[in-house]
Design a protein around this ligand. Sequence first.
Ligand SMILES: Cc1cc2nc3c(=O)[nH]c(=O)nc-3n(C[C@H](O)[C@H](O)[C@H](O)COP(=O)(O)O)c2cc1C
Length: 74
Amino acid sequence: MKTVIVYGSKYGCTAQCAELLKERLSGEVELHNAAESGHISLQEYDQAVIGSPVYMGKILPQISRFCQAGKGTD
Ligand SMILES: Cc1cc2nc3c(=O)[nH]c(=O)nc-3n(C[C@H](O)[C@H](O)[C@H](O)COP(=O)(O)O)c2cc1C
């Protein structure tokens, strides 16, 4: 089972959560910060986990873009 975790984080809490999740998932797990990663092809993975904090009722823009375009910021 190959998993990708794509996350965004402003102050580090979501990054920590993503790291903890990576430690706990079995199989191959890749961790990507959407603000730093280039194109991420979801077809390479069996499952994907998307993580974002919420600020003023909205997820982070880079995660919103990723979900809309299916890729990270290039
Ligand atoms: C100014 C501000 C606004 C926030 N707005 C929301 C919100 O609308 N809804 C929510 O559930 N949490 C809100 N939070 C809580 C953050 O989403 C939460 O602290 C999150 O874990 C921060 O993640 P990060 O450290 O990865 O940036 C807010 C926090 C701050 C400081």
